[in-house]
Structures are given as C-alpha cells and as structure tokens.
Ligand binder design. Structure first.
Ligand SMILES: [Zn+2]
Length: 111
C-alpha cells in the first residue's frame, strides 16, 4: 500500500485523467529500473520520456519531457501520473499467504 502524504491537487487529478485516456490509446509508463519508468511520447512517436520517481508517497517525480523540464510549469504531465500509478500498483500487491502459495504451486504438481 502507498500512503499519499501530499495533497492531491486538481492538477494531479487532471494529469491522472490524461494518463487514463492515454492508457486507453495504448500508452503506458513501463518500469525499466528502480523508480525509473519510460513512456513513449504521444506527439512524437520516436521520443521516449524517462520518469524518475523520487518519492511515490509525495508524488515526487521528474520527467524529461519539455513540460517536465520547464521550471515552474503549471500542472503535471501525464507521463508522471502514469508512472506513479504503475508504481503504486506495483508496490500495492498484497503479499501471498502460505495457503495461496501452496494452492498455486499445486497447479504445477504432477499427478
Ligand atoms: Zn512528462
């Protein structure tokens, strides 16, 4: 589970909505390393943007797209929102119980 310790602003909601729209079009941030995500630019198909998550709970991430690099830019790019959503999903997987592990392993058992 991720505890978000920063206010969810209207700008974040807008960015997440854009990310959800982009997901429907097949664009989604992919994890390439520890806290590092990449996503293809929607406007420039040859461009890949890299998002670095510094603190998921504080929605603290950087993006190397023109908007992300712009100091004091208003709002957030959907790249960051997509990466933060993915990271939240990744770390929120419930741990498996012993029973569940056994049940899953049983599928591979030869009878
Ligand atoms: Zn960006």
């Amino acid at each position: 589970m991720v505890k978000i310790t920063t206010p969810i602003t209207r700008e974040w909601v807008a960015a997440v909505e854009r990310a959800a729209c982009m997901l429907k079009r097949g664009y989604q941030a992919t994890r390439v390393g520890d806290g590092v995500y990449q996503v293809r630019s929607a406007s420039q198909p040859d461009t890949i943007h890299t998002i670095r998550i510094r603190n998921v709970g504080q929605l603290d991430a950087t993006c190397d797209c023109p908007h992300g690099r712009h100091e004091g830019a208003k709002g957030h790019c959907w790249h960051k929102a997509s990466a933060l959503c993915q990271e939240t999903r990744r770390v929120s997987r419930p741990p498996l119980s012993g029973e569940e592990i056994e049940r899953r392993m049983a599928r591979f058992a030869r009878t």
